[in-house]
Design a protein around this ligand. Structure first.
Ligand SMILES: Cc1cc2nc3c(=O)[nH]c(=O)nc-3n(C[C@H](O)[C@H](O)[C@H](O)COP(=O)(O)OP(=O)(O)OC[C@H]3O[C@@H](n4cnc5c(N)ncnc54)[C@H](O)[C@@H]3O)c2cc1C
Length: 406
């Protein structure tokens, strides 16, 4: 191939797409404003599920699970970065049950063979820690789970460098040289980098990068999201905790084991977009969301809400920490994956709406396929079939979106 690609951003997306491009013969440079993992990729709950309402995403996440399971052979490192404890969506109304059953049938038709609906009897037989009185049923997929995100971006960066990728950290893109609608070079305090193709992998920073590059400003809102960590105590043993799936309560609060000693918890909340956030803002905790604010905080509300469906959580010792980061949320909760409408040689891989860690391998496949093709595409090839990427097209109608957002 011999062409030169410059990737902007070294999170899960940037490192994986750089690796994918290098395996296809591209000469690749990654420009990262701070350091590998400086953005949302180091602040994520890192859940990975194939249970989505968008068929393209169900198929893409089947591919992502397969790639993550085989990560040491396909990318590098010694550790498999996925823990397949499953995802359990708990349902509390007849309406939610009917919608979940229809979704499970659609997911099965997309090849997700192991997703199933459990009525409440089956649910408490398999998961005796669920409060029977609080739910009517659940959907369950044992091959879902969560990732070790630092393993993903560190090993992907290392593997990419072994293939000759140049990784330039502390190199924010601050300027651009263009010939008409084409980028010739990117300017950073660490030098000028020429490119045949440029890949925007900056996610929550993408709108301001777009302004800098003269590209299309996509509707992406950086929204603050929190995680809380509760210390195990009481009747749930360490092994039982470590084996738990990611559990989503009917109202959207979720939890999953961080280890045998700690439960990670999260719950999306109303938030105003913070388009000009800086790096420090990622870790800024508003008092009402901090566990330090005690029983009145959203931290404790989330814990109490989860304890309604998993009563043993009530016995936990307390919340020991609060962390935060930004989602890059789009109006339909699907990412934008495609060539920029205004800048010919710019590929946008952004707007992951809280799903960018799990999307990583699928995003990398799409990004590298687009770079090879030199134009937008309607499908990519994965797992022996053509997968439509229409749901992620820039310029799509944004009315009908992903319904399963947590
Ligand atoms: C609390 C929380 C929970 C989450 N839970 C999940 C989950 O369960 N599952 C899931 O899949 N996802 C989840 N996410 C979302 C996921 O973390 C992100 O979608 C994913 O990490 C995005 O990766 P990325 O590489 O695209 O972006 P980032 O990791 O944000 O990387 C972007 C990089 O671009 C760099 N950059 C920005 N501007 C420039 C510039 N001008 N020049 C050079 N470099 C630049 C930044 O420094 C940064 O390193 C969660 C996020 C949060 C905050």
């Amino acid at each position: 191939m011999g062409q030169r690609a410059v990737v902007i951003g070294a999170g899960i997306t940037g490192t994986l797409v750089a690796h994918a491009l290098a395996t296809r013969g591209w000469t690749v440079t990654v420009l990262e404003a701070q350091h590998v993992g400086a953005g949302s990729s180091s602040r994520t709950a890192a859940g990975i599920r194939q249970q989505f309402s968008t068929p393209e995403t169900v198929m893409g996440m089947r591919y992502a699970v397969d790639q993550y399971r085989n990560f040491p052979e396909r990318v590098g490192g010694a550790e498999v970065p996925i823990v397949q404890n499953g995802y359990l969506f708990l349902l509390a109304t007849q309406e939610a049950v009917a919608a979940a059953q229809a979704r499970a049938r659609m997911q099965q038709a997309c090849g997700l063979a192991d997703v199933e609906y459990l009525d409440v009897g089956e649910l408490v037989t398999r998961f005796p820690w669920v409060a029977r009185h609080a739910v009517l049923g659940a959907t369950w997929c044992p091959s879902d789970g969560f990732l070790h995100p630092a393993t993903v971006y560190n090993e992907a960066a290392a593997a990419a460098q072994r293939l000759g990728v140049e990784l330039v950290q502390r190199a924010p893109v601050t300027g651009v040289e263009r010939s008409g609608a084409t980028i010739d070079a990117l300017l950073t305090p660490r030098g000028r980098f020429v490119a045949d193709v440029v890949i925007d992998a900056t996610n929550a920073w993408s709108p301001r990068l777009a302004r800098l590059l003269g590209a299309t400003e996509l509707p992406i809102a950086p929204l603050k999201r929190y995680l809380w960590f509760a210390e195990r105590a009481g009747s749930m043993g360490g092994e039982a905790l470590a084996a738990m799936p990611l559990v989503i309560a009917p109202g959207g609060a979720y939890c999953r084991p961080e280890s045998g000693a700690s439960m990670l918890m999260g719950w999306a909340h109303e938030a105003l977009p913070e388009p000009d956030f800086d790096y420090e803002d990622q870790d800024r905790i508003e008092p009402g969301f901090s566990h330090r604010s005690g029983a009145e905080s959203v931290a404790y509300e989330t814990w109490a809400t989860l304890a309604e469906v998993v009563p043993q959580l009530e016995e936990f010792a307390g919340i020991t920490s609060t962390t935060a980061g930004f989602y890059a949320t789009t109006p339909d909760h699907n990412p934008f994956l495609g060539y920029d409408p205004e800048v010919k040689n710019l590929i946008r891989l952004v707007g992951f709406s809280g799903h960018g860690a799990m999307f990583g391998p699928f995003t990398a496949l799409i990004g590298a396929s687009l770079a090879d093709a030199g134009r937008n595409m309607t499908h990519v090839s994965a797992l022996g079939r053509d997968i439509s990427i229409d749901a992620f097209r820039i310029g799509r109608e944004l009315r009908h979106g992903e319904l399963l957002v947590i």
